[in-house]
Design a protein around this ligand. Structure first.
Ligand SMILES: Nc1nc2c(ncn2[C@@H]2O[C@H](COP(=O)(O)OP(=O)(O)OP(=O)(O)O)[C@@H](O)[C@H]2O)c(=O)[nH]1
Length: 563
């Protein structure tokens, strides 16, 4: 349910109802929803007939396709061949065929003589976007856990299941793609029993693509997921689980209603900021606007490239990429710094502000508990990869005859750039990965600067583990050398810790043939021309403005943590 509020707020009420609902207007605005024959009066819609649920799964296991079928079955959209990932509205989602942003849709479904309101939140499956999953879950009472009948349980299936389990949500296992030639739903059912302790007969076997058995999914949502607990007589209490920005209408918030009602004209207060807003509109469909939610940096290379692409495509913005960083902590020893920061332990997000070792008792780095699920044959290579990323093994079990589940404690900075890409490439795409926050651990860290002809490249300042500083520095210099276009002057690339140069590469200058027009053998004239060229280059080298192409940064980042 959406509501438009004041200049600044338009909440989407997943939990209960809102008073003023204009679904016909919404259907015109967003183009995918057919008009309702009658306007549902949401203020009277019984709370016990509402279900808030999410679809969670590993990437590509078919969440968006299942969402399409559910939208069709409930008459929310017309049944046409063009309904492919209808909830994936962003241009970048359609181009890449993945869900990036959690989307919502409200469905009405008649079952056994009753009309139910089913609020569906489609979530991204790719590991870089898992923060969207946990936020969506906070608005739900249950989930459909979709598992591919051929691939079986993967790392994000496990991670998402535990997010739902810890949030005490009802979990409905759905085995999808049973139409595939290699589908083995029985094997997947057994995996679900073994790993999640859910009785196999609770699994619903479907083909989202063909629509086979999808109706039983809707019925299970009604029968197995409880309605939200909302007390309409209490004062309004709601959780904002997403927000977007419309340049004409302001901030739009998606909310799950816990108590009370929200109506047009209401004054509402943000518990966090204590600011007051006025509700201007209320509805039940999620619009198409962009999120302005500022992020936790990028959560992986795909996340970075997708956001870059979105900013360019949707806002025509030119983007400067910097090295991804994680929030480090420093326990200060310098009395001056403690006074300045007013605390002893500080969090450092900008590497440029990383305090020097002489002013610090210890540095701390964030760690995550990672889950890898892989066919047994790749286990050796994956263990070596994890060790190279300073990870510590916590567990290793066989989840069926030839699939292994590994648990490792990783320093976050070792996986944030390209661990996922490396894992995929060394397992021919078969291994899957997910991770969850596991606090901080002490670490020997240093700040490394990159210099081009003596000038700092701000985008490439990096915090690295002491043990890896030399190889990371060398790798960045080599990568930059390969990606910087040659100039008329020589470029010195240096990796520096403090005043110590730890790696160096040189991009040779273009050599213009100044002797081209100098026919014959006047040696003194030739010497003069060459001397003038050398002096000119020296001058250029000092003042030369070295343009670093944007893709050079991406190339550097892609391989940086492999070494
Ligand atoms: N054969 C078959 N293919 C399916 C089925 N369901 C989905 N697919 C295909 O699987 C691929 C992934 O489907 P999506 O619905 O985009 O998967 P997703 O889980 O939403 O993926 P993300 O949005 O990236 O997390 C697409 O090519 C679908 O056509 C099914 O039941 N059978």
């Amino acid at each position: 349910m959406w509501v438009r509020a004041g200049r600044t707020l338009r909440p989407w009420a997943a939990g209960a109802h809102a008073a003023a609902v204009e679904p016909q207007a919404a259907s015109r605005a967003y183009g995918v929803v057919t008009e309702f024959k009658e306007k549902p009066d949401m203020s009277k819609f019984p709370v016990e007939d509402i279900r808030n649920f999410s679809i969670i799964a590993h990437v590509d296991h078919g969440k968006s396709t299942l969402a399409d079928r559910l939208l069709e079955l409930t008459g929310t959209i017309d049944k046409t061949k063009n309904n492919k990932q209808v909830l994936d509205k962003l241009q970048v989602e359609r181009e890449r065929g993945i869900t990036v942003k959690a989307q919502t849709a409200s469905l009405f479904y008649n079952f056994e003589g009753k009309r139910y309101l089913l609020n569906l939140i489609d979530t991204p499956g790719h590991v870089d976007f898992s923060y969207e999953v946990s936020r969506s879950l906070s608005a739900c009472q249950g989930v459909l856990l979709v598992v591919d009948a051929n691939e079986g349980i993967q790392a994000q299936t496990v991670a998402n299941f535990f997010l739902a389990f810890e949030a005490q949500l009802s979990v409905i296992p759905v085995i999808n793609k049973i139409d595939l030639k290699n589908a083995d739903p029985k094997r997947v059912e057994k995996q679900i029993e073994k790993v999640f302790d859910i009785p196999g007969d609770e699994c619903i076997k479907i083909s989202a693509k063909l629509g086979t058995n999808v109706e039983s999914v809707l019925q299970a949502v009604i029968e197995r997921i409880p309605p939200p607990k909302v007390y309409r007589k209490n004062p309004l209490r709601a959780l904002v689980f997403d927000s977007t920005f419309d340049q004409y209408r302001g901030v739009i918030a998606n909310i799950a209603l816990f108590d009370g009602v929200v109506s047009k004209g209401d004054k509402i207060v943000s518990a966090h900021t204590k600011k007051t807003y006025e509700v201007n509109e209320v509805g039940i469909l999620n619009p198409n606007e962009q999120s302005t939610h500022k992020l936790l940096g990028f959560l992986g290379l795909l996340h970075m490239e997708v956001f870059n692409q979105r900013l360019e495509q949707e806002y025509n913005a030119s983007v400067i990429l910097t090295t991804p960083t994680v929030p480090y902590k420093a326990v200060l020893s310098s009395a001056k710094l403690i006074k300045e920061y007013k605390e002893k332990e500080i969090t450092v997000i900008n590497p440029a502000q990383f305090p020097d070792k002489s002013k610090v008792t210890e540095y701390l780095e964030p760690v995550v508990l990672g889950t890898v699920i892989t066919p047994d044959e790749y286990t050796g290579k994956i263990i070596a990869l994890c060790q190279a990323r300073r990870a510590v093994q916590k567990n290793m079990i066989f989840i069926d005859q030839n699939r292994v589940m590994l648990k490792y404690l990783f320093p976050l900075n070792e996986i944030v750039v390209d661990f996922y890409d490396s894992l995929k490439s060394l397992s021919s795409g078969y291994a899957s990965f997910d991770y969850e926050d596991a606090g901080y651990q002490a670490a020997e860290l240093v700040k490394m600067d990159i210099l081009l002809n003596g000038n700092f490249v701000e985008e490439l300042v990096t915090i690295v583990h002491k043990e890896k500083a030399y190889s990371v520095g060398k790798n960045i210099c080599e990568r930059l050398k390969d990606s910087l276009p040659r100039q008329l002057f020589e470029i010195a690339i240096q990796a520096v810790i403090g005043s110590k140069v730890i790696a160096r590469e040189t991009v040779k200058a273009y050599r213009k043939n100044v002797l081209a027009k100098c026919y014959g053998g006047d040696i003194t004239r030739k010497m003069k021309l060459l001397k003038r060229q050398t002096e000119g280059k020296k001058k250029l080298r000092k003042i030369g403005n070295i343009e670093v192409p944007k893709d050079a940064f991406i190339k550097v980042l892609k391989t940086q943590s492999n070494k």
